[in-house]
Design a protein around this ligand. Structure first.
Ligand code: KG4
Ligand code: ZN
Length: 375
């Protein structure tokens, strides 16, 4: 069964064709990152307008790259939420119209479920030869960590009549900013560029995190909830009224005059104290994510942890997860960097299992800005 996936929840217009939930035939992502760069964040109105322009060519390209005409598509899966409602609507309305016109089955997919499936899909499509299939190690705790979301879910799979189904239980989520949002906001404050995660990841390698330590984030109530806005404010206090603020202002005016700066140029414009601050901030975020994810796995008595979403591309985070897993006998699974950030292959893969289990979306399918995953 070949499923066309459509994803427009934030600032990527994406379409992909995936066969049997495990073979990626095409995976097209049109990023709007350049457009939002000058605002230091996603502008919802611009995002939805851009999705409108890109959706038709992106879907067409996904079919062309998969060498398929419409008749080769057996079902359509579209992200219904959570995300920016104007952006989601473009994909939902287009998906519904396409399914109706082609008389193909349609299913709505939770974007967060897509991120969980990016790990499963990577494992099936690209895993190292001889490596065991993931189903053997479910249940797992999944950390989904991106610009829009930070949450922990318990993932379980069951099989009946040869069809695999997945169920989810919510363990915790952010009460304010998502981790990726904190990276983006700190990068904006320090005028490092957008998106903030990749540039901070690279700059942090030149700084010493031990020189700028931040306290642990304490959570009252659920220990698997997150909060990153305090950390962002702590960075602001360390910058305001100091030479670091003047340095950020200089980078900002350089960018305004010259446009987006290459990484090496940004690095040269950062003093050692700025690099240390960036490294310290990243370490605090990573500490928090590692700490809560492993605590959740321990409490759920599972040995497997999935980490997905844009922030899962972070090199320090991968290093720390791998080291902690080795010490504790856990197995960690990340998607490839291309499947970490938003894409439609993960939506097609998640949709495949729903279609196999006879789930169908009717004409009432619509966009949901907030849509929790699991019970
Ligand atoms: O999954 P994604 O493409 O979109 C959302 O669903 O939000 O994630 C984008 C987010 C951005 O906030 C970006 O700064 C962050 O992921 N990100 C990173 C890295 N690469 C992307 N954060 C930390 N380190 C990275 N290497
Ligand atoms: Zn995402």
């Amino acid at each position: 069964m070949r499923v066309l996936g459509i994803e427009t929840s934030c600032d990527e217009t994406a379409a992909a064709v995936v066969e049997n939930g495990e073979r990626i035939l095409s995976n097209v992502v049109a990023s709007q990152v350049r457009m939002h760069e000058k605002y230091g964040g996603v502008v919802p109105e611009l995002a939805s307008r851009e999705h409108l322009k890109r959706i038709v060519p992106v879907v067409r390209e996904a079919c062309e790259r998969a060498a398929l005409g419409w008749e080769g598509i057996d079902g359509i899966a579209v992200t219904e939420g959570p995300g920016l409602v104007g952006s989601l609507l473009v994909g939902v309305v287009y998906g519904k119209a396409l399914a109706r016109a082609l008389s193909k089955p349609l299913v709505g997919v939770n974007h967060l479920e897509g991120h969980v499936h990016s790990v499963l899909l990577y494992n099936k499509a690209e895993r190292a030869e001889g490596a065991a299939l993931l189903e053997a190690v479910l249940p797992a705790v999944a950390l989904i960590v991106s610009g829009g979301h930070t949450c922990l879910v318990h993932v379980h799979s069951t099989a009946s009549d040869g069809n695999q189904a997945f169920s989810y239980r919510r363990l915790g989520q952010t009460r304010d900013d998502a981790a990726g949002e904190a990276f983006d906001k700190v990068a904006k404050l320090l005028a490092l560029g957008y998106p903030g995660g990749p540039v901070i990841d690279r700059l942090a390698r030149h700084g010493d995190a031990a020189r700028v330590e931040f306290g642990k984030v304490k959570m009252k109530g659920n220990p698997f909830d997150f909060s990153f806005s305090g950390l962002k404010t702590a960075v602001l206090y360390r910058v305001r009224g100091t030479p670091l603020a003047d340095e950020a202002a200089a980078r900002r005016s350089r960018r305004e005059a010259a446009g987006p700066l290459a990484f090496e140029e940004v690095r040269k414009l950062c003093s050692p104290p700025t690099l240390d601050l960036v490294a310290g901030f990243q370490e605090a975020v990573v500490n928090d994510l590692v700490g809560r994810a492993f605590a959740a796995a321990e409490s759920e008595r599972v040995q497997t942890i999935f980490v997905s979403g844009g922030v899962a591309a972070n090199s320090r985070l991968r290093e720390r997860f791998a080291a902690r897993a080795e010490r504790g006998g856990y197995t960690i699974h990340f998607p490839s960097p291309a499947l970490c950030t938003d894409n439609a292959a993960m939506i097609a893969a998640a949709g495949y299992f729903k279609l196999q289990n006879s789930e169908r979306a009717g004409p009432t399918l619509t966009a949901h800005a907030s849509l929790p995953l699991g019970t």
